[in-house]
Design a protein around this ligand. Structure first.
Ligand SMILES: Cc1ncc(COP(=O)(O)O)c(C=O)c1O
Length: 321
């Protein structure tokens, strides 16, 4: 068994969305609220960090480093987990340093992380240099991969499938829909579904990568998670469902798709989506419903992966209402 520390408030709630569902004329909609994992506004990375920080502690690390975009949820959750475990934290953020921190970036600083700004092209080099400087100073840094997506991060989501199944009481959704980006969440869900025998179709809505690229990443991570599970099974690209129709102008560029989904979830169900990930996947799901991809008789579970502090980022907020 992999070592794990407890960071998340689990099980996260699962329930039906009757008002949104009847507004749309079906299908039956359900939600799994991983925006409520509980650590500094929650989100999917808290589950991954339970295994990643346990590994850091097993290796006697005294500082964790990771990287992401200026409004990275993964970085904010890493900063919170490090604070809680008494580890220092350096975040290498790719983007322009804002004049006034807001949203996730404000929280990173509030949570005590040291921030190093860099460009997307320089990101990995900057991270490598930070690790080297720390090692030369006698520190013991632990590097958390982009998005927390390695075998441990994926394993965390395989275990989340077991949690979900215990909540369904046999009412298995035909589909599970969620945003997919660095692939660890999707990899874990498909590996966990195979291992625990969940028969739902698992559809990742790509946030930023073409289906081919994301699928290859998910296959690799799902196979690593399968090995950790010891299930004796493996995956090929044919086993992975990715929809890349909603990438639009690219990562973090909001359109009417995200704005409409954020408003619909808020006004029909009192649920807040985020501008980058769940807004895009939620918008994709609503569009697929309108196009008849899911039949009114089917059931669809939307796995809310968090990201809500993005609603308070200056870059997005004025655009939403
Ligand atoms: C809110 C939110 N949803 C979904 C994702 C995508 O998860 P993954 O990187 O495991 O594909 C992220 C990743 O940063 C996220 O912050």
């Amino acid at each position: 068994m992999l070592s794990k520390i407890k960071l998340a408030q689990t099980p996260t709630p699962v329930y039906e969305l009757p008002r949104l569902s009847s507004h749309l004329g079906g299908p039956q909609l359900m939600i799994k609220r991983d925006d409520l994992t509980g650590l500094a506004f929650g989100g999917n990375k808290v589950r991954k960090l339970e295994y990643l920080l346990a590994d850091a502690q097993d290796q006697n690390a005294d500082i964790v480093l990771t990287t992401g975009a200026a409004q990275s949820n993964h970085c904010r959750q890493t900063a919170a987990a490090a604070a809680r475990e008494g580890l220092d934290c350096t975040l290498v953020l790719a983007g322009d340093e804002p004049d006034r921190p807001s949203g996730n970036n404000f929280l990173d600083q509030l949570l005590g992380a040291r921030i190093v700004w860099t460009s997307p092209a320089e990101r990995d080099r900057t991270l490598g240099r930070e690790v080297e400087v720390l090692e030369n100073a006698g520190r013991n840094p632990y590097l958390i991969p982009y998005g927390g997506s390695n075998s441990r991060g994926a394993f965390a989501y395989a275990m989340a499938v077991e949690e979900l199944m215990a909540q369904l009481h046999g009412q298995v959704p035909d589909w599970i829909v969620f945003p997919s980006s660095s692939g660890g969440t999707q990899a874990g869900l498909v590996a966990g579904a195979r291992y625990f025998g969940l028969e739902s179709q698992i559809l990742g809505v790509s946030v930023d990568e073409p289906a081919e690229v994301l699928t290859a990443r998910v296959v690799e991570l799902a196979n690593e998670a399968a090995q950790l599970l010891g299930g004796g099974f493996s995956f090929t690209p044919q086993d992975i469902l990715v929809n890349d129709e909603y990438i639009g102008e690219g990562y973090g560029v909001m359109s009417d798709l995200e704005r409409g989904a954020i408003r619909d979830f808020a006004r029909w169900e009192g649920i807040l989506l985020d501008p980058v990930y769940t807004g895009r996947a939620g918008g994709g799901m609503l569009d697929l419903i309108q196009r008849g991809f899911f039949t009114p008789q089917e059931s669809v579970l939307f796995w809310h992966t968090g990201g809500t502090p993005g609603l308070f980022a200056d870059t997005y907020q004025p655009d939403i209402l």
